[in-house]
Design a protein around this ligand. Structure first.
Ligand code: 5GP
Length: 183
């Protein structure tokens, strides 16, 4: 069986990666989203093992020591990391494996797995990004400010990504991403 592609799927907090991902999975059975570990607290409605594996800092640090992560990073006071085993298994089965990760992790993957496809999802503007982040209603004001500041730093890393996809509408962005991974 043909191996799947490893896709680094990055974009600023609030840009709409999650909505695009829902559309991608509806449109294409080959898309598999890796479930990351995080030390962040679950948001309302998030489920352990579905959205993330929510683990303690102690557990996260022991997984780092055991080389359990394909990549990991700290983002706005928390750890986030991609468990390696499941990713390799799903690639072997022919799935196109998406890693929804921030820029530091994205660069680690580009380094380790140069055959990956890298995609950065961009907003129409930073004003629109802040509007979307606020509109989602899941973060308090301090967190919104931290995430907007982080987004401005992350802008510097856009240039390392092979493909930039504008999230003007979810459906259009999803179709563009499918064209990229199937080309
Ligand atoms: P959130 O707290 O909004 O779920 O995620 C914050 C940021 O961490 C997002 O940019 C998200 O893509 C990123 N992220 C989620 N999982 C991982 C991961 O496993 N590794 C890295 N490096 N970033 C991640």
């Amino acid at each position: 069986m043909k191996k799947g592609k490893l896709v680094v799927y990055t974009g600023y907090s609030g840009v709409g990666k999650g909505e695009i991902m829902k559309a991608l999975r509806k449109l294409d059975d080959s898309v598999w989203l890796s479930v990351s570990c995080t030390t962040r607290k679950p948001r309302e409605g998030e489920q352990d093992g579905v959205n993330y594996f929510f683990i303690s800092t102690e557990k996260f640090e022991s997984l780092i020591k055991e080389n359990g992560f394909l990549e990991y990073a700290r983002y706005c006071d928390n750890y986030y990391g991609t468990p390696e085993k499941a990713v390799n298994e799903m690639l072997e089965k022919g799935y196109n494996v998406f890693l929804e990760i921030e820029v530091q992790g994205g660069l680690q993957i580009m380094d380790k797995r140069p055959d990956c496809v890298s995609i950065f999802v961009t907003p129409p503007s930073f004003e629109e990004l802040e509007r979307r982040l606020r509109g989602r209603g899941t973060e308090d004001e301090e967190t919104i400010q931290k995430r907007m500041a982080r987004a401005r730093e992350e802008k510097e890393y856009e240039k390392y990504y092979e493909h930039k996809v504008l999230n003007d509408t979810v459906e259009r962005a999803a179709r563009e991403i499918l064209d990229i991974i199937h080309q």
